[in-house]
Design a protein. Sequence first.
Length: 486
Amino acid sequence: MGKSIEILGLGAGDLEQLPFGVYKKLMKANHVYLRTKEHPVVNELETENFRYSSFDSVYEKHGQFEEVYQEIVQTLLAKAKTEQVVYAVPGHPLVAERTVQLLLEYGPKEEVEIIIGGGQSFVDALFQSLKIDPVDGFQLLDGTSLRSNQLQIDQHIFISQVYDPFVASNIKLTLMERLPDDYEVVIVTAAGSSSERLERVPLYELDRKVTLDNLTSVYIPPVQEEQIMFKNFSKLREIIAVLRGPNGCPWDKEQTHESLKKYLIEETYEVIEAIDSGDIDHIIEELGDVLLQVMLHAQIGEDDGYFAIEDVIEVLSAKMIRRHPHVFGDIKAEDTKEVLRNWQEIKKQEKGETEASLLDGISKSRPNLIRAYDIQKKAAKVGFDWQEITPALAKVKEELVEFENEIVTQSLVNAKKEFGDILFAFVNVARFLDIHPEEALFETNEKFIRRFHFIEEKVKNSNKPIDAHSLEELDQFWNEAKSNGL
């Protein structure tokens, strides 16, 4: 006979639920390897001279479940080289059983045939115990590797592999990212057997109620309350679609890509203001406003039949993977500078070298202070730059003299040009000092506002209108604000 491993399922409960064919194979086998002996069927089979050994001791050797599963699989594959292996697992072999998936992956490479011998899934018993119709939609997730982005909270959710309070604690914390702390969940133990137990508990008590048991699952009922769904991306998309729909908001329905441009700019600057304020709640709110603009543009694209939000996400995901080969590929990047060089090279390849100039990729829609900064950075990359700051400072002085000369001659057209030259030269100095000109000007604007508010407060206390104060008086208030650290 060829090398093989036959995998049998012990079912979800006691011996009465075990299919007769599986029972005969278990009793006929010279020896059965069990992933765990902690199962009601095993206790009953022991009274009938059932011959087995279990891998329970392997769980005590490793800190990670994946390490446990890998050792079990490698042991079984090694055994299969010298004997016909019968391996039994709780439930059905193909439902929430990681070792079986690993055997199906590694077996052919070791020239070992993997035979699925049947069994009853615990999922059937869960549906029966909880009286749920699966046609409503459900998820079956592994509690040992649960992630919040997996959760479809508008469906029935079953979480298996809830072995102990530690696993239950991780499940609780993950669910709390999406659900209220007091959301009711159900701990299901030995579903469908004579020892079946259902316990309804608030989410925050989940890990306090779960004990050491291989037959425990957790059921999370579908969310019915709309406010809980507000964290779901699908809910946001639904809201935007309604706003743009036949019975939606007149303003939202009238918007176009062109009409929304100004709002995207405004909201972006408000995010920057929120970041500068350090107020986390404000940052969350303003980022939401930027996301709203993205969603509106995507909904307009969908309404017009050109694109949808999935297309936006797909293009972005592909770009991030493509432009980070040092993360998702085999390219090495030692530091940030090398990352940026790789990024620019990949970007250049994507565009097919269509740019006639190195400066073509700098958008005219950007604020011109930032645009000047980017222009100079790009020119510097190919060596068009001074090697030290002294000539850059000299250039500022030179442009200032030229500006003064144009003022003296009252040539306002030329004065405007020279003023632009001064700003451009100052941006170059800022770049040498690693000062972002936009951020520096923002801080100066904020400083001026603080000091002017101080002046206004002083004027208010004087009971005289501001225009009744001399410039010297106002300047004195200004210096007082300055000395106060404003």
